[in-house]
Write a protein that binds this ligand. Structure first.
Ligand code: AHR
Length: 482
């Protein structure tokens, strides 16, 4: 017996649309090939950005894009990527490939303009300087008559880009400088001082947070620097087997499938743990928790460069996305942005490309089906369902309400099952379903193996509905008010 009872929450938080955010890094074929092919490419493009990829991003209303890393951010010097004669560097973090910096600040802003999303720029703390950061902020956001602003104008952009989101460092406990939390908290305080406001553009300052359950980092950051930040980040990746051998993206047994979901569900525990610490220092929840890297991390596809982290994406990944997004929705009082890693051709990507071909992954379809939650008011969902032996609920759900429409997203992790929904007095319902065996995935030869369809198997009742969910399915329902 599965039952979901829906109710209003007093003073309900809004599900920030940025929870549906993404991440682009100079890693493997994410930027080059995946997004940016240059103006002279035979692949259809606008100002060098692949038209197929930009259009796919627009269809899911991609709200915010983080760039340039990740680990790469703490090696990146923004001046290398502006103007003529760009400096070449070797990308020592990701495969020692030559980075010619042809995709830099102007190109990233152009990408965001075409997609219609907010840029989220992650600055270099690990190997950068305060001055370098301060000048980047000035270059992008100032309208004053300074040499740096004149330089931007000479490079073709008269008006400021007005970047709001600034990440001050990345994983500074590891690749971003191997800092202790006390030290990073002080460095963060120093850097953020010079992340200046220009005109009406007040920067939203994001401090590097912990990964997984490193609660000590959160405690020290909140205690020593909480008053100086708008947000703290959290990174959590699911390694289905283990870090050393993560397992194949498409070849796995049922036990590993359930283990992957159990690990994905730890996101709920980690957010709860970090939020509890933040609540002590920030009871009014001024400071947001941003999960600006998350997703499944598998072994690379056989025969591909191990440093490019190129992996396939199966229905199992879609289940992880559905589960994770439901968790983020439910925590939207504190979680106001997340960025799945990475948008094209890397870890849990929504898009894969091969030359001029592009496919949408099962994870893409989950983002598409969850769009109705963006900027909607969170509803309470009481879920009664059986659990697996590993403690995981057999279903995952979240619901929200906006403009007279209730959006509910349910993931059914295995067998066909019927679900009764109560507490919704709706006139009508429409629904979409994504259903496939966990190992199913889309390929360039068979791009629609896993793709959503409309779903009719719903019986409306006076105060809700009953639906029969096929095995391994994700359903998104839109109820229209009476
Ligand atoms: O997503 C790959 C890497 O994982 C990112 O660059 C880094 O931030 C994290 O360790």
């Amino acid at each position: 017996m599965n039952k979901i009872t829906v109710g209003k929450i007093t003073g309900a938080p809004t599900i920030d649309k940025n929870i549906y955010g993404h991440f682009s890094e100079h890693l493997g074929r994410c930027i080059y090939d995946g997004i940016f092919v240059g103006k002279d490419s035979p692949i259809p493009n606008v100002n060098g950005m692949r038209t197929d990829v930009v259009e796919a991003m627009k269809r899911i209303k991609l709200p915010v894009l983080r760039w340039p890393g990740g680990c790469f951010a703490d090696e990146y010097h923004w001046r290398d990527g502006i103007g003529e004669n760009r400096r070449r560097m070797v990308n020592t973090v990701w495969g020692d490939v030559v980075e010619d910096n042809s995709f830099g600040t102007h190109e990233f802003m152009e990408l965001c303009r075409q997609v219609g999303c907010e840029p989220y720029v992650n600055i270099n703390v690990g190997s950068g300087t305060v001055r370098e950061m301060a000048e980047w902020v000035e270059y992008t956001n100032s309208n004053g008559d300074s040499t740096i602003v004149r330089e931007r104008q000479a490079n073709g952009h008269n008006e400021p880009f007005n970047v709001k989101y600034w990440g001050i460092g990345n994983e500074n406990w590891g690749g971003g400088g191997n800092m202790r939390p006390e030290y990073y908290a002080d460095v963060y305080r120093q850097f953020q001082t010079y992340c200046r406001t220009y005109g009406d553009n007040v920067p939203y300052k994001i401090a590097c947070g912990p990964s997984d359950n490193n609660y000590e980092w959160t405690e020290v950051l909140m205690r020593n620097a909480g008053n100086y930040m708008d947000a703290l980040t959290l990174h959590y990746y699911v390694f289905p087997k283990a870090w050393a051998d993560k397992g194949s993206a498409t070849e796995f047994d049922d036990a590993l499938y359930l283990e992957t979901l159990r690990k994905a569900n730890l996101m709920d525990e980690y957010i709860t743990g970090h939020s509890a610490i933040m609540d002590r220092y920030d009871p009014n929840r001024r400071v947001a928790l941003l999960v600006d890297e998350w997703g499944c991390w598998h072994n690379v596809e056989p025969g591909t460069n191990p440093a490019f982290l190129y992996q396939q994406n199966a229905m199992r990944d879609a289940m992880v996305a559905a589960l994770s997004l439901n968790i983020f929705n439910r925590h939207c009082g504190r979680v106001r942005m997340t960025n799945i890693a990475q948008v094209v051709n890397v870890l849990q990507s929504i898009i894969l490309t091969d030359g001029d071909k592009m496919i949408l992954t099962p994870t893409y379809h989950v983002f598409d089906m969850y769009k109705g939650h963006m900027d909607a008011e969170l509803l309470k969902c009481m879920l009664e369902c059986p659990k697996y032996e590993n403690g995981l609920d057999k279903l995952s759900v979240s619901a929200s309400q906006k403009d007279g429409v209730i959006t509910m997203t349910i993931a059914n992790f295995t067998d066909e099952t019927s679900v009764t929904i109560e507490g919704i007095h709706a006139q009508d319902v429409s629904a979409r379903i994504l259903s496939a065996m966990p190992r199913s995935h889309n390929t360039f030869e068979n791009p629609n193996q896993v793709s959503p369809e409309s779903f009719e198997d719903i019986v409306m009742s006076e105060n809700g509905a009953t639906l029969t969910m096929p095995a391994y399915s994700i359903v998104s329902l839109s109820f229209t008010s009476k």
